[in-house]
Ligand binder design. Structure first.
Ligand code: ZN
Length: 233
């Protein structure tokens, strides 16, 4: 009798233990899945006013949006949500930046006191539609390349914790029409490497180091037309 009872107890304990283990593994897996996200573009056009309004802290008073756009999930909405989660810092390295929604999000972070630093390509920044001037006028620090190669990176680091990287330029064209990808991940090692790269570029593009070459041909014409094509993108 005693023996049978002990076995039953042991079996029950084992079952409970296994169930707990399975639950723990499942929870861990879900948590890990949440630390990686892949976004594919083009993104359907959705209204992101609610996201931006919430980011501004205005939750009360804003009723459901009545604009004709669909309201729901989209890759752009997810990108914006991740961006707006920043509390301390944003390092942004992007070749082309003309998306007004992403610009509004970056301005919003700046107003919230998040330390924002932007690195971009010199050829693109002065072209019509670029948001770089808007960011600068708001007091955001921007630096740009000073050499013949492109500053062609497209990555961002949020709170020294999240890395966003991929093919996407921050332009409406790329968001709505191009096939692009953005990988969002929470990975200390990757973040560290990208942050080091950012700091290196930031220091490299320090205006104090800028050297003017009077006879230097700035960039080849094909680069210019490439840049203009990018703007239309
Ligand atoms: Zn709306």
């Amino acid at each position: 009798m005693w023996r049978g009872g002990a076995w039953a107890l042991l079996a029950a304990a084992l079952a409970v233990g296994l169930e707990a283990l399975a639950e723990w593994l499942l929870r861990r897996r879900r948590l890990e899945a949440r630390r990686r996200e892949v976004l594919f573009f083009p993104s359907r056009v959705t209204c992101v006013e609610g996201l931006l309004a919430a980011g501004e802290g205005g939750t009360g008073g804003v009723g459901p949006c009545s604009c004709p756009l669909p309201h729901g999930e989209s890759p752009l909405a997810r990108l914006l949500a991740r961006l707006l989660s920043a509390r301390r810092s944003l390092e942004l390295c992007v070749f082309a930046f003309s998306s007004q929604q992403l610009s509004r999000a970056v301005l919003l972070l700046h107003r919230r006191g998040v330390r924002v630093r932007v690195v971009t390509d010199a050829d693109y920044m002065a072209l019509q539609g670029s948001q770089i001037g808007v960011l600068r006028r708001a007091g955001i620090q921007v630096r740009h390349d000073q050499d013949s190669g492109y500053m062609h990176h497209k990555f961002a680091i949020i709170d020294q914790r999240w890395l966003l990287t991929g093919s996407l330029n921050w332009t409406a064209q790329a968001i709505q029409h191009n096939r692009e990808n953005v990988l969002i991940l929470e990975d200390a090692e990757c973040v560290k490497l990208f942050l080091e790269e950012f700091e290196k570029i930031w220091e490299n593009y320090n205006p104090a180091h800028y050297v003017f070459f009077s006879k230097e041909v700035p960039k080849e014409n094909k680069h210019k037309s490439e840049t203009e094509r990018q703007l239309k993108k």
